[in-house]
Design a protein around this ligand. Structure first.
Ligand code: FPP
Length: 261
């Protein structure tokens, strides 16, 4: 009989601002799109690694509402990469029991990307083990605008009451993320220390890790380092350390006896 130690905490939901593709390409004298292409390889690596480490949900900031301002060629290239990614990865997501979701105004994406998303989401909708969320044409401010509009429409139609918005639970059910857990850890690569309109409300209590590594160079080792940094943080959710210690002791006391193997 061997007692198994408690698993160290792994964040249930990691959200990532994938930054630095352009600089990665520039450093090598390559076109920006080559940086994005290499960035897609990091997406595959990191999503696989997160699943292997027991992370249940990963959200990737793949295209923001502000990204339309980039040169048309780059926007078109990113949409083409998204389509290729979806065609190539859907069988792997099915194999790995990953449910694909999106947040953002995806109805404004080009028809090819919309069709590829629809097919990938239909093929993976029934999986509940892991979730990959692509933030596409996403911005926190437009999310709030869309939520306010949806809430007002529900009130006008008699499906919601004005009092619903008195609680966060009541209002947040109109956000794109209504059925997703809040991120525990938000990572931004490339050394920039901004949130850039990403999950502003949902990351209210998240831990942030900013790494200088450019996204195309971000792999399993870098993900593990970020999770290690997360583990070293104390998340107090507005409480004081002593309250957390007491709550942890109580949870520990109620935990069934050590697992026997
Ligand atoms: C930021 O790097 C990255 C983006 C705006 C797009 C991220 C997209 C991908 C990784 C590829 C497509 C994603 C999927 C899921 C298929 P940047 O271009 O702003 O880099 P820079 O700041 O160095 O210029």
């Amino acid at each position: 009989m061997t007692s198994v130690p408690l698993q160290p905490p792994v964040p249930a939901h990691i959200a990532i601002i994938m930054d630095g593709n352009g600089r990665w390409a520039k450093q090598r004298g390559l076109p920006r799109l080559e940086g994005h292409r290499r960035g897609v390889e990091s997406v595959r690596t990191v999503v696989d690694a997160a699943r292997e480490l027991g992370v249940r949900c990963v959200t990737l900031y793949a295209f923001s509402v502000e990204n339309w301002r980039r040169p048309g060629e780059e926007v078109g290239g990113l949409m083409a990469l998204l389509e290729t990614f979806l065609h190539r990865e859907t069988p792997n997501m099915v194999r790995d029991r990953v449910c694909l979701r999106t947040i953002g105004r995806t109805e404004e994406l080009p028809s090819g990307a919309r069709a590829a998303l629809k097919a990938a989401m239909a093929a993976t909708a029934h999986f509940t083990d892991y979730t990959l969320v692509l933030a596409l044409n996403y911005g926190s401010r437009t999310e709030v605008q869309d939520a306010a509009r949806a809430y007002a429409a529900a009130v006008l139609a008699g499906r919601a009451s004005l009092d619903d918005a008195a609680s966060w639970e009541g209002f947040s059910r109109h956000l794109y993320t209504h059925d997703l857990p809040d991120p525990d850890l938000v990572i931004r690569t490339s050394g920039e220390k901004r949130i850039s309109n990403f999950l502003l409300l949902q990351s209210a209590y998240a831990e942030f890790v900013f790494t200088p590594v450019l996204w195309p160079d971000f792999g399993k080792a870098e993900l593990i380092a970020a999770i290690d940094e997360f583990r070293g943080r104390e998340r107090r959710f507005g409480q004081i350390t002593e309250q957390l210690a007491a709550a942890n002791a109580e949870a520990e006391a109620q935990r069934p006896a050590d697992v026997i193997i």
